[in-house]
Unconditional design. Structure first.
Length: 290
């Protein structure tokens, strides 16, 4: 049986993929087929993969070069005891020993920003292309992830708005989004590790469709008064995350979801993260063509 995809959302941007045997080593042809499907849809669900960390990283490498997980905080470095591969990002609420993070854990406070609509790594000058999030353990309820289709959102903008934003450039700053989420003042050494980056607000996706590059990291529009630029960004974010552009995914153990950061946004939804464990691990593919 060949690889096939079934869309799960009327705008046709979230699809359930079948026909891949993850118990075997995957070949480059499989990677090309997955990329073609992702160009078409934007978000792909691979259910019940059975992938372990090594398989997760190997699958991701078929899609391009991978980012290495940053070490902003000392306890992040400690997490390498549990997440031994440097390409794996911590996306759950567990510490290095596999216990639920303390309420005052700095990494926990930093991760609150993931509940805002965002695009992974847009605060780097070299953007990310794909993210692949694998569910190792999920709470009995809650902890879903929402995705928004930025190509469909762009298509639905008025002609006047499209003309207004066509040539705008945004500055993306991870510390801006963390401040919005209530993260305490970042230390100078932490800020030095992640300087802001600039990206066009509107760009052409490899599918041949224009798309918005939005994120909670977008702190201002270059050359526009700060308040005016932020007001425009808020309006665009509100429009682009309307119900007609959004799909909510309820996780099951073994699910791997891949999304294209160039044409989608996503956000985590709350759950009882002081009592319930959530073990999620992410790989991120670099947009080497950007």
């Amino acid at each position: 049986m060949g690889i096939s995809a079934r869309p799960l959302h009327p705008p046709r941007f979230f699809a359930d993929v079948t026909g891949i045997d993850f118990s075997r080593a995957l070949d480059p042809a499989t990677g090309r087929a997955v990329i073609a499907l992702n160009d078409e849809y934007g978000v792909l669900l691979f259910p019940a993969t059975g992938l372990d960390d090594e398989g997760h990283v190997a699958f991701s490498r078929l899609l391009g070069p991978l980012e290495l997980a940053p070490k902003l905080f000392a306890k992040e470095a400690d997490n390498r005891r549990r997440l031994k591969l440097p390409e794996l990002f911590e996306a759950g609420n567990l510490d290095a020993d596999g216990d639920i993070q303390r309420i005052d854990d700095r990494f926990r406070m930093f991760a609150r920003g993931n509940r805002l609509w965002h695009t992974d790594s847009s605060f780097y000058q070299q953007r990310s292309k794909y993210s692949l999030l694998l569910a190792h353990f999920v709470p009995p309820e809650g902890a879903d992830t929402e995705f928004a289709d930025m190509r469909a959102a762009y298509d639905a903008l008025s002609p006047a708005m499209k003309e207004r934003i066509e040539d705008l450039v945004c500055e993306h700053d991870v510390w801006y989004s963390r401040e919005l989420a209530g993260f305490p003042d970042a230390q100078p050494a932490e800020r030095d590790k992640r300087a802001p980056a600039r990206h066009r607000l509107v760009h052409m996706h490899p599918s041949g469709r224009k798309t918005l590059l939005l994120a909670s990291h977008a702190s201002r529009i270059v050359g526009m008064p700060l308040d005016e630029g932020r007001a425009l960004l808020r309006d665009l974010m509100l429009f682009a995350t309307g119900a007609r552009f959004v799909h909510r995914h309820a996780w099951a153990r073994g699910d791997c979801v891949m999304w294209d950061n160039r044409c989608t946004m996503h956000r985590a939804t709350p759950f009882d993260d002081l009592r319930q464990k959530r073990d999620m691990r992410r790989t991120t593919v670099i947009d080497d063509a950007a």
